[in-house]
Design a protein around this ligand. Structure first.
Ligand SMILES: *[C@@H]1O[C@H](CO)[C@@H](O)[C@H](O)[C@H]1NC(C)=O
Ligand SMILES: *[C@@H]1O[C@H](CO)[C@@H](O)[C@H](O)[C@H]1NC(C)=O
Ligand SMILES: *[C@@H]1O[C@H](CO)[C@@H](O)[C@H](O)[C@H]1NC(C)=O
Length: 804
């Protein structure tokens, strides 16, 4: 409402004022824009010559054409024209160089109109202004020097010197700023590249461009020029190292990372995308290593074996998206791992080795190899303990296998020599090899008989060809060196070659009798048997074989006295005064056998007066059993049987004629008491018998005399001893074996001695007594007793049965 009323009023007054104005003269003032309200522009009262006091009454006022704004006012009390409203030159005049505001001064009563020109002078009240706060420029980094980038000029509403006068570009290394004027006269700025950009150095920059005017005080406006440097692929990737070194243990598993190569490309985006690949790589390395093209990780792709390659060199190329590349070398040192056991090679071997090699002989050569390196290939070699061999280190990793002791094939014929090689890695690896070595035979052992000596026992009358015993010798040597052949050593037995007695089987060592032996001829003999091997030269040894011939009861007792039955005409005289127990006669018999076979026993098988005479069972002595009576028949006839103790026993009988008489003249016709067997050839025997009887009788008489003489002291001593038989009775071939071989006749034969035995002449064993004989009058000896006596013999059973 207020506004509308004011507008109406002023319209009315303008009209009126214009009229007045043209009636009166103009006033002109100059005033600076933007003065404070109330600032005094001039004094219209003075300038117009008006009464100050009247101004109020005349309602002095200032109107402005076409504008309801009261820029100026009149102080009615003193006539001062003052600034009533901010006057902005730029608002009213823009860029016009001169700016005049026209007012009307209106006075009423009477109406007076004065034109007021107000020259508004510019004041630098506007700063230069850029159209935008930020100017964004994207400049590729490869932009050449001198490249120009247009920048819109800053505007300044002020005019003249108060308008934009110059531009100041913030100090920077790359750009300068120029002002250009177009042909149309308008101005613009140019950013000129003075030095090439490098995105990698500086990706963007903000440059402050300041436009300053020429006013005073000076005003300025700024704009930020934001330069973004666009990337160009101007950089190749660059490796962090030119040479990469990595160590890798052998046998590292597949995909083990070895090393990571890295190249940086300062470009960005695709330009800076680096990929890796092997540029130069051997075919072998190609199989062993992989390269991740994105990460640059080199990994294990194959089996890394130090022994096949200890060092690898590969070249890696790094490429960016557009193919700029660079190369680096990667050295991969493989470190050794103790993964190879030592290997033992047998280079030479003497096999078999003769058992007589001297200690220290080289038997073989081995070579030890380990493919590892350094300490992993240091190898120690050893041989197991229990063999007579050792290892002697030779040049490099060669060793000699040397014998350390005497070898004996007969003890150990082959060796398994185990050689162990251990390296010094950690953990150590070892391997072993077994070498088989045989020992070759040398004929170094003679055959050795199993017994020191052999004894063979054979009964006489053996069959020729019967086995006596067997000898056996062992030879531990090999094959023919240990093959034993037996043979007899030549020699003589009783003047005949030994081969006529025995033979030996060369292969088996069984000794055979060649002939039948007769105990009564010889009782033992010795032969020497040699065992020889088939070696070259042969070795031999010999042994003594004693052959003992044992008796067989093949001879019947031979009665020497009296002459055998039927041929005897001998008569013994028995004194009538003979007391009981007197020795009357004696039957003398011999047996060419020996032992039990020659052990004779005497029995009276028939007698005229059975109670009168007895015969000593073993002595053959005929004694009276009682005193002789007158009533006894003068002629007494005894038939005596002599038996040996053999099995079966053999016997002989004889007749004994006894005449009880003190006078030979009483003796009846001999024919009467003889049996009536008259053979003419017996005559000679008769004569011999007579001589004997006479001799015996004479002897008997002498003995009787002696008995009578001694009777007072030892009445029964006569004939208590043995009757001595002269050795002339013995057969000529009867030989004592005393002192030959193991048979000691002093023991063996004396034990069986009887008065009638031919085996001993005048030999009596003091311990011998009839009472010591067993009741059955048979000597029993166990086979062991026998063996004790005869020494050991394989053939003892034969003898044992013989004596059963
Ligand atoms: C040696 O080894 C072989 C085979 O391994 C075996 O037959 C033989 O008995 C061994 N010899 C010795 C003396 O150990
Ligand atoms: C027997 O010994 C000799 C040396 O005494 C030797 O040369 C030969 O080879 C040996 N024979 C056998 C079969 O071992
Ligand atoms: C029999 O052996 C002995 C030693 O045992 C020896 O002295 C003798 O010479 C050998 N005789 C023969 C013929 O070999």
């Amino acid at each position: 409402m207020m506004f509308e009323r004011g507008f109406l009023q002023s319209s009315v007054f303008v009209f009126f004022f214009v009229v007045v104005h043209y009636t009166h003269g103009d006033l002109s003032y100059s005033v600076q824009e933007e003065l404070k309200r109330g600032s005094v522009i001039g004094n219209i009262a003075k300038d117009l010559g008006l009464e100050v006091g009247r101004l109020s009454a005349r309602k002095a006022r200032v109107d402005m054409e076409g504008n309801d704004k009261q820029y100026c006012g009149v102080n009615l009390r003193n006539g001062d024209l003052y600034v009533a409203e901010r006057i902005d030159r730029e608002e009213h005049c823009g860029e016009k160089p001169s700016c005049v505001l026209k007012f009307d001064l209106v006075l009423e009563n009477p109406l007076e109109l004065h034109r007021l020109s107000l020259q508004v002078q510019d004041v630098n009240d506007n700063a230069p202004i850029f159209p935008k706060d930020i100017i964004k420029l994207e400049i590729t980094e490869i932009a050449a020097k001198g490249a120009k980038y247009r920048i819109n000029a800053a505007q300044d509403a002020d005019i003249g010197t108060n308008s934009v006068e110059s531009y100041i570009l913030q100090q920077n290394p790359h750009f300068v700023f120029n002002i250009k004027t177009t042909s149309a006269g308008s101005k613009y700025g140019e950013l000129v590249l003075d030095k090439e950009l490098d995105r990698e150095e500086q990706q963007e920059m903000k440059l402050l461009l300041t436009a300053v005017d020429g006013g005073s005080p000076q005003r300025s406006g700024t704009v930020v020029i934001h330069v973004i440097v666009l990337d160009a692929n101007d950089n190749a990737p660059v490796f962090t190292e030119t040479v990469y070194t990595a160590t890798l243990a052998e046998n590292s598993p597949i995909n083990t990372p070895v090393i990571t190569v890295s190249a940086a490309d300062v470009d960005e985006g695709f330009n800076g995308e680096v990929t890796y690949e092997f540029s130069r790589i051997s075919d072998k390395s190609q199989t062993l290593f992989s390269l991740d093209e994105k990460t640059g990780v080199i990994g294990v792709a194959g089996t890394i074996d130090y022994e096949e390659g200890a060092k690898y060199e590969v070249f890696v190329e790094a490429k960016d998206g557009y193919g700029l590349s660079s190369e680096a070398k990667v050295i991969i040192d493989v470190t050794d791992v103790n993964d190879n056991a030592p290997l033992i090679y047998l280079k030479s071997l003497t096999n078999p080795i003769p058992e007589n090699v001297s200690p220290g002989t080289e038997v073989g050569i081995i070579n030890v190899q380990d493919r590892d390196s350094e300490t992993n290939r240091q190898v120690r070699c050893s041989i197991q303990q229990n063999v007579p061999f050792k290892l002697v280190p030779s040049i490099k990793n060669y060793y000699s296998v040397v014998s350390t002791g005497q070898l004996d094939r007969e003890l150990v014929s082959d060796y398994n020599i185990t050689i162990t090689a251990t390296d010094e890695g950690s953990p150590p690896l070892s391997s072993s090899k077994t070498v088989q070595l045989s020992v070759a035979d040398i004929n170094d052992n003679p055959p050795v008989f199993e017994e020191q000596s052999y004894s063979a026992y054979v009964s006489e009358n053996n069959k020729p060809g019967s086995t006596l015993c067997s000898v056996s010798a062992r030879d531990p040597d090999w094959r023919q060196n240990g093959t034993v052949v037996y043979s007899l050593l030549s020699g003589e037995v009783n003047g005949a070659p030994v081969s006529s007695y025995v033979s030996v089987n060369g292969d088996t060592g069984v000794i055979h009798a060649v002939r039948s032996f007769d105990y009564e001829q010889f009782r033992n003999f010795k032969v020497h048997v040699m065992a020889r091997d088939n070696g070259s030269p042969p070795l031999s040894s010999n042994v003594t074989v004693s052959v003992f011939i044992s008796d067989v009861n093949d001879n019947s007792p031979q009665i020497l006295y009296p002459a055998p039955e039927g041929n005897s005409f001998m008569t013994e005289l028995v004194p009538k005064a003979a007391h009981g127990g007197s020795l009357v006669s004696k039957v003398i018999a011999v047996d060419s056998d020996s032992g039990q076979n020659a052990w004779l026993s005497y029995h009276i098988v028939k007698s005229t007066d059975p109670g009168l005479f007895t015969i000593g069972v073993h002595s053959g002595e005929i004694r009276t059993q009682r005193d002789i009576f007158e009533s006894d028949s003068m002629k007494q006839n005894l038939i005596v049987s002599v038996k040996d103790n053999g099995q079966p026993s053999l016997s002989a009988t004889c007749s004994m004629y006894l005449l009880i008489s003190d006078n030979l003249a009483e003796v009846p016709e001999l024919k009467d008491i003889s049996y009536d067997e008259k053979n003419s050839k017996l005559t000679s025997y008769l004569i011999i018998a007579l001589v004997c009887v006479s001799t015996f009788f004479l002897t008997f008489i002498i003995i009787i005399m002696g008995v009578r003489f001694c009777r007072r002291r030892k009445p029964r001593l006569l004939f208590d001893g043995a009757v001595a038989i002269p050795s002339a009775y013995l057969p000529p071939n009867y030989a004592d074996v005393d002192g030959t071989g193991t048979l000691r006749s002093a023991y063996n034969y004396d034990a069986y001695l009887t008065t009638g035995s031919r085996t001993s002449d005048f030999k009596f064993v003091s311990s011998y007594n009839d009472n010591t004989l067993p009741a059955d009058q048979t000597l029993r000896k166990s086979p062991t007793d026998f063996a004790d006596v005869f020494g050991d013999c394989d053939d003892s059973p034969e003898v044992g049965t013989y004596f059963k």
